[in-house]
Design a binder for this molecule. Sequence first.
Ligand SMILES: Cc1cc2nc3c(=O)[nH]c(=O)nc-3n(C[C@H](O)[C@H](O)[C@H](O)COP(=O)(O)OP(=O)(O)OC[C@H]3O[C@@H](n4cnc5c(N)ncnc54)[C@H](O)[C@@H]3O)c2cc1C
Length: 397
Amino acid sequence: MKQYEDQRAIVVGGSIGGLTTALLLKQLGFTVDIYERTPDNLDGRGGGIVLQPATLRWFRECSSQHPEDVSTATRWVQYLDQSNQVITRDEKAWRYTSWGTFYRALLADFGDEGYHLGEFVCGFDQDADGVDLRFVSGKTARADLVVLADGIGSLNRKRIDPEADLTYSGYIGWRGTVPESELSPDTFTLLSDSLTYSVAPLSHINLYPIPAENGQLDPGNRLINYVWYRNVQPGADFDEFMTDKRGFLGKVSVIPGQVQDRYVDDMRQAAVDMLAPAAAEVVTKTKQPFIQAIWDLRTKHMVKGRVALLGDAATAARPHAAAGTAKAAVNAWALHDALIAARGDITAALEAWEPEQLELGNQVVDRVTAMGRRSQVDSTWTPGDPDLRFGLYGPGR
Ligand SMILES: Cc1cc2nc3c(=O)[nH]c(=O)nc-3n(C[C@H](O)[C@H](O)[C@H](O)COP(=O)(O)OP(=O)(O)OC[C@H]3O[C@@H](n4cnc5c(N)ncnc54)[C@H](O)[C@@H]3O)c2cc1C
């Protein structure tokens, strides 16, 4: 099993995709280092993640931590109308985590040794025997295998696929969390055991419970998390909207506390005007809402020699399938399997790995682009339509 005991791997990006990959490479015998640009521990990153089987596979098969220890669950999927009446309610269980809870759990399994914060990888070259990485700090490092898991804004992607570029979808997601304990009893009761949707013209929101910041999982002590999709015109409007309080333009996100106050005020008023009252209550009670712009990214290449590109760095799909981390995890597991099959030949493994991963990424992007059009362009996001369910491989799957 340990075919790669004398080999060194470097993973660029220490988020969920990078950590899952690094854990699996370690199992094959690689000595693994992760380089993450963020200088401080990342676990303060907020936001919920809908868990799909691939994301949880590490915990089901390889870890002493159990999926139930890092996640919350609901039993129903429901749509509310503008007076909080349930329009449709289907029995469909989902599990959720928060980015921080999941990150901490993966990092606990990886350990601190080999996890390097504050290191930005800015380029690389390779020869037949290895890859040389360059860091902005002036550091260099050499490895037999390099995995770029450096996210949607990957600087290094251009060295694998120079033509791959981000395309703005025309809308953004307002995100935020509110402690369940701060909700009115009626709203808590309505939301606590469901993935809840509220649909409005050219818009929809979904809400679900996630672990509290201290990891608490029991109903009443969790957070309600949401993503609310709103159109923002590309160009000057988008740039103004995404400029934070310090004057910095965020292409992908504006972090909590940095969204301009007037946009937050407008958003709170719009929530009251457009959404089911329960959803509006959560939105208006959010102390520090933040913004994630929704971009599409397709790639034609995920491999160059001994270097692989995976997760959001390779293809980024709009969140309507809630499948971003699942896709990154599938990429990582498939790489693990390809390396086993290639019996020590890293370049052969990467060549064999690439085609299916490209196809998976492009399929997800196709599907979520069509879903996004139904919500934000055509206003045909029909409550209860099973085609609109989350799922990496298709609705509900
Ligand atoms: C609104 C919204 C909702 C979402 N909801 C869900 C959901 O419910 N379920 C789900 O599965 N997914 C969801 N996603 C997608 C999910 O967040 C991503 O798919 C997932 O985080 C991808 O993980 P990653 O490891 O590939 O990249 P990232 O999480 O982006 O991590 C990349 C890492 O690389 C680091 N980095 C970048 N450049 C460098 C460099 N040069 N050197 C060193 N480090 C570097 C970054 O600091 C970062 O830590 C959502 C996304 C959005 C926008």
